[in-house]
Design a protein. Structure first.
Length: 716
């Protein structure tokens, strides 16, 4: 029998980073040369008219024979697929992964062997709780899922931006999700954990304490998807050519540092720009500011499995980096936006069970349950067992399985046989030995009784929650306390609030007292705590500063009569540093400077707010500043940026806008001389724009000036 006959798989792999072949050509029917530009039916018949249905007379009934109308409407009627039960809203991007050096000592994973090999990836970053149309900036965990299209088949790293999870065993996942989703009787609230059922679950499940500390921290309101970490959460295994296994945990670290929004900003953005994160990622890629993340791995030798206070199989525990350092593995660059959100971002199907040779599982009971759930959920979401044939899910490596039928089968396999082993087709396709690259499961010795139980170390629910709390800066602690006030403040039942106070008193007595104060509840009688006094600096966002101002958005507030020289010079310097300045004005179109030059307005006070920028700059220009001083929107812009602790800068007459605003407690340049820099407010009346721009760049890289946060008398 001719083996080749079986290989007629008609698909192509996902478009990769190297081939410049138009994806349209690969994925759709239409080419870009215009040769097939006519509107057609799904059957390829050219359509001559699509604005009126076929009727019996201009005022008559529509005719059944209007095949174009019927097809158009039928397709529309069936255009929705079930959204993901969790992680329904996500943003996607293509890119590639490249290892720094060979990891052969630890794993046979082919994509980790050769630093010159780039493996195409598709990444989907999501919120967990909200529906597909919900806002991006809600307080939530972010999913961080990556599909590596390796030459050995697809490997999915399906992680989150928080390294631990709410529960230790997958069997509780439906309960967790039912509690955090909108309540079943009235379907309120959307995309929020701040309601009774969730906190009822938390109070009843103490293993959630550690995760709650992360969820109420600034980690859950990232500034940008480009500025957050990712973690595999579950414990996996590396297996090398000698068959030696090691426990591993995955880490992604963004090159731009790790940064957060402030809560007031996050809530306002949810209304003013619900697509804030998606847009930020999209725009960055369109502008060529390709997001980069470093992949790292923590490894524990199997011999050391029992040498830690925590169980290596417990997904509610981190492996503190002081004990188990993160080894850098490679980099991932996201350099191409999807062509079509539905076809790619919606239809992509991740599964932690999609592993390649050299990567294996541990007995982490959360992971074990996930291994069942993801494939199962895709079957209903993507309508049957052939979703691996959807272009975004196809591996680059050849597929020769004996699967044939089922809904939406795309491949036309030839040949009489679809069974294995066989004599009729020369036993084709035959299994591959380990030497031939076949996946061989790690030979773990397992024995035990069939019981529903957890190991003893799993029962320590609080130590690492205290470790996290101890590792926060004072500002981060304030934010956590305020998040408790918001979240638990929205819980109606007193008994739940009391139980939460008791629970977090076990984490830290002082924390519980501060929570009680904001909720107006009596503090717990005893001063609680775990006695843990250690801190792990890598848990604080302070450990991940920005390398510079690159990728940051700066609003230039100006109107007609602005000083062109100042704008041009500052803009130029920011551009050179990789930041993205944009003119925000009281009107759209062109702005005229004091000496006649014109500049295009990016946004207006109607279409933008300070919350969409990382910093504000007010250039001089007598007429411009005099007008802005009388403009409530301009004043609000400055006040709000101040309240959110962002860098604020002004030159020349621009300083007067700051003086006219409500910002308090900072120095601004009063005279012609010198540059004044005070708590992230940078002002100059003179002409030293070089030094000014340098200070501004530094301030942007610093992200926030938290010392201003207490000044809440500033209205915004
Ligand atoms: Fe998921 N999770 N999960 N999860 N998860 C899904 O699969 C599930 C968990 C994560 O962008 C679902 O395709 C169980 C941890 C991401 O498409 C579902 C348990 C982590 C995504 C599912 C967990 C994740 C999902 C819903 C407890 C971080 C979105 C739709 C045992 C390591 C992937 C889907 C995307 C999606 C089940 C816990 C990450 C229902 C049973 C822990 C990033 O199968």
């Amino acid at each position: 029998m001719d083996d080749k006959r079986h290989q007629r798989s008609t698909w192509v792999g996902p478009p990769d980073d190297f081939g410049e072949d138009s994806k349209q050509k690969q994925l759709g029917h239409f080419t870009e040369d215009g040769s097939e530009e006519h509107l057609t039916t799904a059957q390829g018949v050219k359509v001559s008219h699509t604005d009126d249905s076929l009727k019996a007379g201009a005022r008559g009934p529509t005719l059944m024979e209007d095949f174009h109308f019927r097809e158009k409407m039928t397709h529309f009627d069936h255009e929705r697929i079930p959204e993901r039960a969790v992680h329904a809203r996500g943003a996607g991007a293509h890119g590639y992964f490249q290892p720094y050096e060979s990891m052969a000592e630890y794993t046979t994973a082919q994509f980790l062997q050769d630093p010159s090999v780039r493996t195409p990836v598709f990444v989907r970053i999501s919120t967990v709780v909200g529906s597909r149309g919900s806002a991006d900036t809600v307080r939530d965990v972010r999913g961080f899922a990556t599909k590596f299209y390796t030459q050995d088949g697809n490997f999915d790293l399906v992680g989150n931006n928080i390294p631990v999870f709410f529960i230790q065993d997958a069997i509780k996942f439906p309960d967790l999700v039912h509690s955090i989703k909108p309540e079943p009787h009235n379907e309120i609230p959307q995309a929020s954990a701040a309601h009774d059922t969730f906190w009822d679950f938390v109070a009843s499940v103490p293993e959630s304490a550690h995760m709650i500390m992360w969820l109420l921290s600034d980690r859950a309101i990232p500034r940008s998807l480009r500025m957050m970490q990712g973690f595999g959460v579950n414990t996996f295994r590396f297996v090398n050519a000698q068959g030696k296994g090691r426990f591993i945990k995955w880490h992604w670290t963004p090159k731009l540092g790790v940064h957060q929004l402030v809560w007031d900003e996050a809530q306002k953005l949810a209304g003013k720009d619900p697509d804030f994160h998606r847009r930020d990622l999209w725009d960055a890629i369109e502008m060529g500011d390709y997001p980069e993340y470093e992949l790292g791995v923590q490894m524990i030798e199997e011999e050391d499995e029992h040498n830690f206070d925590f169980d290596v199989l417990d997904p509610t525990k981190i492996w503190p980096e002081e004990l188990v350092p993160v080894m850098p593995v490679g980099k991932m660059i996201l350099n191409r936006n999807p062509d079509n959100y539905f076809a790619e971002t919606e239809q992509v199907a991740f599964h932690p069970g999609n592993v390649v040779r050299g990567i294996d599982f541990s007995n982490d009971p959360l992971l074990q349950g996930r291994l069942f759930s993801y494939l199962d959920t895709q079957l209903i979401r993507l309508g049957g067992p052939n979703f691996h044939e959807i272009p975004i899910n196809r591996p680059l490596s050849a597929v020769h399985s004996n699967q044939r039928d089922g809904y939406n089968r795309m491949t036309i396999n030839r040949g009489q046989t679809a069974h294995s082993p066989n004599l009729m087709s020369n036993n084709y396709p035959r299994p591959a030995s380990s030497e031939e690259g076949g996946y061989v499961h790690y030979q773990e010795k397992v024995e035990g009784r069939k019981i529903r139980a957890r190991s003893e170390k799993f029962q320590d629910f609080y130590s690492q929650a205290t470790l996290f709390w101890n590792s926060m800066t004072d500002v981060e602690k304030d934010h956590i306390v305020k998040a408790f006030h918001f979240e638990v403040g929205k819980v109606n039942r007193k008994e739940i609030r009391t139980a939460i106070l008791e629970m977090f008193n076990r984490v830290d007595g002082a924390l519980a007292r501060r929570i009680a104060e904001g909720l107006g509840m009596p503090p717990p009688e005893e001063m609680g705590g775990t006695g843990v006094t250690d801190a792990s600096p890598k848990l604080s966002l302070n450990s991940f500063p920005a390398p510079g101002p690159q990728g940051r958005k700066v609003a230039f507030i100006a109107t007609d009569g602005f000083d062109h020289n100042e704008v041009a010079q500052v803009m130029d310097r920011l551009h050179q540093a990789g930041a993205n300045p944009e003119i925000v004005s009281d009107h759209g179109g062109m702005l005229k400077s004091s000496n006649g030059q014109e500049l295009m307005v990016g946004k207006t006070f109607v279409t933008a707010g300070s919350i969409m920028y990382d910093a504000v700059y007010v250039p001089g220009g007598r007429r411009s500043v005099d007008k802005l001083k009388m403009d409530g929107d301009a004043l609000h812009f400055v006040n709000e940026a101040f309240r959110h602790c962002k860098p604020i800068a002004a030159t020349g007459e621009g300083v007067e806008l700051l003086q006219a605003s409500d910002i308090k407690g900072v120095q601004v340049a009063e005279t012609d001389a010198g540059l004044t820099v005070d708590q992230g407010v940078i002002t100059v009346r003179g002409t030293d724009l070089e030094a000014f721009a340098n200070e501004l760049k530094e301030a942007i890289a610093q992200h926030r000036f938290w010392m201003r946060e207490k000044k809440e008398q500033v209205p915004a």
